[in-house]
Design a protein around this ligand. Structure first.
Ligand code: DGJ
Length: 720
């Protein structure tokens, strides 16, 4: 049984974790969130002591204070002085006292309307905890869903205005938990443009720590997630808990350790640029959050999260589909292309065994540079030397699939769309625009704009045989001010996201055979909200293989490897100026979904041979990379000159080892592989050598880098 209600206790069990909540005098108190506890007689003591300057809701009991109880949502105003998870303005104040009314167990999942949700799952079970504030006439329903194949729970909150007056939400987090005091570390995925998803770990001290975005997108510099782990945990030891938000806009994820060592963890919408009015009878639903627990270290957490996302978030038809090896013309040509250049590139790609040709930015309107034409989604036939249909036909005739770049949420001032609808851009009355890449953002909070974007992109996808779409987004949102009132403007950022999800759910459902890859100048919107519709993400504009190692490490920390696009590009690298051997560029890109982004018509014979071998080899190993379990053997932290990763899938094991800087005297590295079958034999494909599982795990595999221009080595084993 997944969800059990016994007396005043609610037990929600997953494969390996439990969430247990107690109802006491109408309050919901967290008894446990962590390792699976099968006992139905859970009666942990809660922290009941008279603490000076804490408020007591019942005069008769000085020991009971909201300030010291572990809760699953937090309100202010009644003696809990920690950061609240909810602020709801009604009458002349924003204090609420929600009291438990009833609970329901629902088969399957309940969906947050208009937002990205995990897939429908009949074997899942949902607990709905229904609370009301009788005075303010407000209802709150907290949903927790457990899945029978996973240690991840999903949760969101619904608010209903039962009064006859409008009320306004100023903060509405999706999940909040007060956890027992302990010696914790916090792990986040932060970074910057071209340096996305840097894994950061620090000790949790008294105070408040928050990662957030107010950019209108999740952003390059932070990920909507937060991991709490035991201070002494490592890849294979210790408990860890991850909160993640299935949302692509403004978010916050925080952790607070107060003066009593109590730890509060929360995730949800950012309250910067957010308010939401609920008129009489209306309701509001928060984005969905995920809660993943692992008991055996950080690799365990990664695998739990990756599997949940693969099985329950990524569009089902692509979660189990091998991804094509692509050539993208961006770093090969930038805007400077014509038909013959593109066809030569496609010819070479096809000769090398590449499977998909992607035509990037510059094929439409007057788009000869990045100062114009966004919004003008009609092909520039002069530049392309004919119609898009004919061009695609030629690409298909070469045995390649065809992919096309779009940036549908944007408009250039110098465009027909802007000349026609200047009011469609996000802007503040009477003030100058703020530019970024010389472009503006369309106001997707306006239903007319949503309808237009849907139609214009749908038409191109319907009229042309397109196999893949790259959906780009190259600036963040400023000048928010399209509302008629301040409140309407405060609602604009979240309304934008609802508009975006309306567009992408419509297009990806209607064109479900098309592989959509999301991009925002690389990983500027690499989050679960986009991944629900877009099975692949362009992880970074930084294509330098060595710089990619920490980016790919962070990108796969919680998200599945199959979501990660990774390309081999030219040397010197266009972003970093570094020269890395082609073999190593290949090995690093093969740690994700392999692609190429360089001028293939300008290769030496040797380079051509190496690439053809890489492509043929990747076709053999891609199932282990894309569907396999990931084990981190050596991480790219500040002190390490090496990175090693293992993948395991069915009878295949792949190990990739990369040295960041070459060393004059080669140091020895021995890698102890993980989770093999001790008794079984593993054949190293390259040499035919046979190893026992026990030998590879306990004695280890000593890296033998060939002499010469090498920085990396790959080992591919098949279990006999
Ligand atoms: C930013 C993307 O990240 C690049 O890959 C490329 O598509 C450019 N935009 C095109 O403008």
């Amino acid at each position: 049984m997944t969800i059990v209600i016994k007396d005043n206790l609610f037990y929600i069990h997953t494969k390996k974790s439990s969430l247990i909540i107690e109802e006491r005098n109408g309050d919901l108190l967290l008894k446990h969130l962590g390792r699976k506890v099968e006992s139905y007689h859970f009666s942990n003591t809660v922290f009941e002591k008279d603490h000076a300057f804490s408020g007591n809701p019942a005069a008769a009991n000085r020991n009971y204070s909201y300030d010291t109880q572990r809760q699953v949502f937090g309100v202010h105003g009644f003696g809990d002085f920690r950061t609240p998870s909810l602020i709801l303005q009604h009458d002349n104040n924003d204090l609420t006292q929600f009291k438990f009314k009833k609970a329901k167990i629902i088969k399957g999942i309940v969906k947050a309307q208009g937002l990205p949700n995990p897939h429908t799952e009949e074997t899942a079970e949902t607990l709905a905890l229904i609370l009301e504030d009788d005075l303010a006439k407000l209802r709150m329903i907290i949903y927790y869903t457990a899945y029978d194949d996973s240690s991840t729970l999903s949760t969101f909150i619904r608010f209903e205005n039962l009064s006859d007056q409008p009320v306004v939400l100023h903060r509405a987090l999706s999940a909040m938990f007060d956890l027992p005091a302990s010696n914790y570390d916090v792990l986040t995925l932060q970074g910057a443009y071209a340096r996305e998803k840097t894994v950061r770990r620090h000790r949790l001290e008294q105070g408040f720590f928050k990662v957030s975005s107010n950019r209108g997108a999740s952003g390059h510099a932070q990920t909507p997630s937060l991991i709490l782990t035991e201070h002494d945990s490592n890849e294979s030891y210790g408990e860890a808990l991850a909160l993640q938000l299935i949302y692509s806009g403004n978010f916050q994820a925080f952790i607070q350790k107060n003066q009593l060592n109590e730890v509060r963890l929360g995730i949800g919408l950012n309250d910067d640029n957010f308010s939401w009015e609920l008129r009489a009878g209306e309701c509001f639903e928060t984005p969905v959050a995920l809660i993943t627990y692992a008991s055996e270290g950080l690799t365990d957490l990664t695998q739990e999260s990756q599997e949940f996302i693969k099985d329950h978030i990524i569009p089902k038809n692509f979660a189990a589909q091998e991804r094509p090896i692509l050539i993208n013309n961006w770093e090969a040509t930038y805007f400077d292309f014509n038909r013959s250049k593109l066809l030569k590139l496609a010819d070479e790609a096809s000769n090398l065994g590449i499977e998909l040709f992607v035509l990037d930015d510059g094929w439409f309107g007057n788009r000869f540079d990045d100062n114009r034409a966004l919004g003008d989604w009609f092909v520039n036939e002069e530049k392309l030397g004919g119609s898009l249909k004919d061009f695609i036909k030629e690409i298909h005739a070469k045995g390649l699939k065809f992919g096309l770049w779009f940036e549908p949420e944007m408009v250039s001032i110098d465009s027909e769309l802007y000349r026609l609808h200047p009011d469609w851009a996000i802007q503040t009355d009477k003030r100058e625009h703020t530019y970024s890449r010389n472009q503006l953002v369309l106001n997707l909070a306006n239903p007319d704009v949503v309808a237009y974007v849907k139609t214009v992109i749908d038409d191109i996808l319907t009229e042309n045989e397109i196999d893949y779409v790259k959906w780009d987004y190259n600036r963040n949102i400023t000048n928010i001010g399209n509302g008629k009132t301040y409140l309407e403007t405060q609602m604009q950022s979240h309304a934008y996201m609802l508009g975006l999800y309306d567009i992408v759910s419509y297009l990806t459902e209607k064109h479900h055979r098309i592989l959509f890859e999301s991009c925002s100048g690389g990983g500027g919107r690499n989050d679960l909200g986009m991944m629900r519709y877009f099975p692949q993400v362009w992880s970074s504009d930084n294509t330098d293989a060595i710089a990619r190692l920490p980016i790919q490490y962070g990108s796969s920390y919680l998200y599945p490897v199959i979501s990660m696009g990774a390309h081999v590009s030219a040397v010197p690298n266009h972003q970093m100026g570094r020269k890395t051997p082609l073999e190593t560029r290949g090995h690093v890109a093969m740690m994700g979904n392999l692609g190429y982004e360089l001028d293939l018509t300008d290769l030496s014979e040797k380079e051509r041979r190496i690439i053809a071998d890489q492509v043929a080899h990747y076709k053999k190993i891609r199932s282990v990379v894309q569907f396999g379990a990931l084990y981190r053997l050596i991480n790219p932290d500040a002190h390490s000159n090496e990175v090693a990763v293992q993948y395991k899938y069915d009878n295949q094991v792949l190990v990739t080892y990369v040295r960041l800087l070459s060393t004059i005297e080669e140091m020895e590295t021995t890698l102890k592989l993980k989770d093999l079958d001790e008794e079984a034999s593993y054949i190293l494909k390259e040499t035919g050598q046979e190893f026992s599982g026990a030998e590879l795990m306990y004695a280890g595999l000593t890296v033998d880098m060939p002499q010469g221009d090498y920085l990396s080595k790959q080992y591919y084993f098949i279990k006999k």
